[in-house]
Design a protein around this ligand. Structure first.
Ligand code: GLN
Length: 191
């Protein structure tokens, strides 16, 4: 199994470290040539979605990655990554990949004071959630599964092979959401 981590901007190193700590082979996607060889899963990290969107186009990665995601490549998208997947961005008339039928609101908690940490219980696990200028999911299409709400706001969703998270699981000690993602990759490999 090989997992590609988009590495044009943002918090990709922490995702790579997390995958490596789990014994998962991973590599950086920086240019078109990096995705010529087959791979089994994709991580879209946090960062700045507008910058990432522009770089993806400039580097010629946008269409090929969109095509792979649409065809069912398991994808874990965190924070800015989730904004890249969303079909709708509140107050904007553009979207990026538009493969995940949700509306996201960018910088929901404010730009400067918007970073915080929460401990929650989820499916029997204690999880640390790190929010950094995070988006929230304002609404989802009926086919999208809501995985988690915090303060009654949707912060984690899944639609087929795509998982979208408002927070940064790569910055916490747990591997819970990366494990979920790797389960999707394994299931896909078997099918
Ligand atoms: N505020 C960023 C954006 O809108 C996302 C923040 C993050 O990824 N930590 O793209």
């Amino acid at each position: 199994m090989r997992v590609g981590v988009l590495a044009v901007q943002g918090a990709f190193i922490e995702h790579r470290q997390k995958l490596s700590s789990m014994g998962i082979d991973n590599f950086e996607i920086r240019q078109l040539q990096d995705i010529q060889k087959p791979f089994d899963g994709l991580i879209l990290p946090g960062g700045e979605s507008t910058t990432q969107g522009r770089l993806l186009k400039d580097l010629g990665l946008f269409e090929p990655l969109k095509d792979k995601i649409q065809k069912g490549l398991p994808t874990l998208a965190t924070c800015a990554g989730m904004i890249l997947l969303a079909t709708q961005i509140t107050g904007e008339n553009y979207h990026h990949f538009g493969t995940l039928p949700i509306e996201v609101t960018r910088n929901y908690y404010g730009r400067q004071l918007g970073s915080f940490h929460r401990q929650i219980q989820y499916e029997g696990n204690r999880l640390d959630l790190m929010f950094i200028r995070a988006p929230i999911v304002k609404s989802v299409r009926p086919e999208v599964k809501v995985l988690l709400k915090v303060d009654n706001l949707i912060v984690a969703v899944q639609h087929k092979q795509q998982i979208g998270l408002s927070f940064h699981p790569e910055l916490s000690k747990q591997t819970f959401f990366h494990d979920q993602f790797i389960s999707l990759v394994r299931a896909q490999q078997k099918s």
